[in-house]
Design a binder for this molecule. Structure first.
Ligand code: GLU
Length: 440
């Protein structure tokens, strides 16, 4: 049974980078008819906030990404303590007492000597007496996992065959001096106990994966399939990590980005498949194929979301927007026509209000000096609304006969005088929606 999870830390709002991870895991589970778990990685009590837990669920719900189960790491601390005991019993866990400053100094020395900044395992040489003395002086130490110095290999679902020399990686700290369990071990315990079969996450986790594979083995378990997707960059290839905060899903939502536009882009960006607006989440899932994604950084341009949003709206049926249109004050009898006309001329839903205002109040007439008399005469020939499907044709035929104008010289000044715009919906439709007779 395929089981995946999306495991955000509730320390901020979800952004487009997180969405990619969530979506890939979601689609793998749904495509296989498996289970998708939302796992809240909240072992850090200082940085984790309940409002972010709520926001994560709200954002996923807005996108229609449903989860079968929610789990909280903060409620599973006893499981992690058990795993820590097991590692201790297996001789794979050791206490270390270096301060951050000391570690920093060690790293600098190593770098100066042209060596990789890997923890030197000095703590392994401490006697019990020395440890007791350090504990008395500095408090509890941190607990590090003792890596086996061998090559760690796996076949990555995106990166292919990976081989990492464990000796090039520091023994990871799994428990802090204050007793706080760190993500690396909590995630191992959860992935194992929850039967997670596939883990897709960002390529910034590749080294974590190597250490987690060894921790899982030390606890007597195999490991799930791993895949690491590339990280997003800005449109020019610039790192996005610092700007991801400005690409929060809720901000995009507030700007009017449609869920299906965002999902369609993120489900294909970085793959060999073209980005197309999907008709449904099911269609996106159907076409999803992890093996089509490349390892190279993926360029993301938020501007791409707006033409996609426009396309989603152009294909949105009236029933889905009926309430919103009623709320604008559009009379029920004209609501559907209003949507048919307006949707081809909007980028986001927010643009609807402007179109309705135009039909309700009329546009500010745009009339060239030489067209003034012509427009005044034309308006005089127009009856009071309501106007029907035939109004525009009948009116322009009469104006044409009276003025001798035709083609662009006839239609353009009328369009500009009625709507205040040089282009827009078919004038026959515009007339039908006008609530007032146009005036100069
Ligand atoms: N909480 C971790 C993160 O947000 C989860 C990583 C993982 O998927 O294992 O980076």
């Amino acid at each position: 049974m395929t089981t995946t999870r999306f495991a955000p830390s509730p320390t901020g709002y979800l952004h487009v980078g997180n969405l990619r991870t969530a979506l890939f895991n979601y689609m793998i589970a749904r495509k296989a008819g498996g289970t998708f778990i939302l796992r809240i990685d909240d072992t850090d009590p200082e940085r984790s906030k309940p409002e972010y837990v709520d926001a994560i669920q709200e954002d996923l719900t807005w996108l229609g990404l449903t989860w079968d189960r929610i789990e909280y790491q903060s409620r599973r601390l006893d499981r992690y303590a058990e795993a820590a005991d097991a590692l201790r019993a297996a001789g794979r866990f050791y206490e270390a007492f270096e301060t951050p400053t000391e570690l920093d100094l060690k790293r600098k020395k190593q770098l100066n000597m042209g060596k990789p900044p890997v923890y030197d395992r000095a703590a392994l040489a401490l006697s019990e007496d020395e440890k007791a003395a350090l504990r008395a002086e500095r408090g509890q130490g941190v607990w590090r996992f003792k890596l086996d110095h061998e090559r760690i290999t796996w076949t990555d679902g995106i990166l292919g065959d990976i081989s990492i020399d464990a000796a090039s990686v520091s023994d990871p700290v799994l428990i802090r001096g204050d007793g706080q369990v760190l993500y690396t071990i909590a995630s191992v315990v959860d992935d194992t106990e929850m039967g997670v079969t596939h883990v897709v996450r960002g390529s910034d986790h590749v080294t974590n994966t190597a250490t987690q594979i060894q921790i899982m083995a030390a606890l007597g378990h195999g490991h799930p399939e791993f895949a690491h997707h590339s990280l997003l960059t800005g449109p020019q290839g610039e790192a996005l990590s610092k700007r991801l905060g400005t690409l929060a899903l809720r901000d995009l939502r507030a700007e009017g980005v449609e869920p299906m536009a965002l999902l369609s882009l993120m489900a294909r960006l970085g793959s060999s498949q073209p980005v197309e607006v999907a008709g449904s989440l099911e269609a996106l899932i159907e076409g999803f194929d992890l093996s089509t994604f490349g390892a190279a950084p993926t360029k993301f341009d938020r501007a791409d979301l707006f033409p996609l949003t426009a396309r989603v709206l152009h294909a949105t049926p009236f029933a889905e927007v009926a309430d919103e249109i009623a709320a604008l004050g559009v009379p029920a009898a004209q609501a559907e026509l209003f949507w048919e006309v307006a949707r081809a001329n909007i980028t986001t839903r927010a643009d609807l209000a402007g179109w309705w205002q135009l039909f309700r109040d009329g546009g500010a007439p745009l009339v060239a000096e030489e067209d003034r008399a012509f427009v005044a005469d034309a308006f005089a020939r127009l009856p009071e609304p309501p106007y029907g499907p035939e109004t525009w044709g009948a009116w322009t035929a009469e104006v044409k006969a009276a003025s001798g104008r035709k083609g662009k010289g006839l239609f353009m000044p009328l369009r500009k005088a009625v709507t205040g715009l040089e282009r827009g919906p078919e004038m026959a439709d515009v007339m039908r929606l006008l609530q007032k007779k146009p005036t100069l």
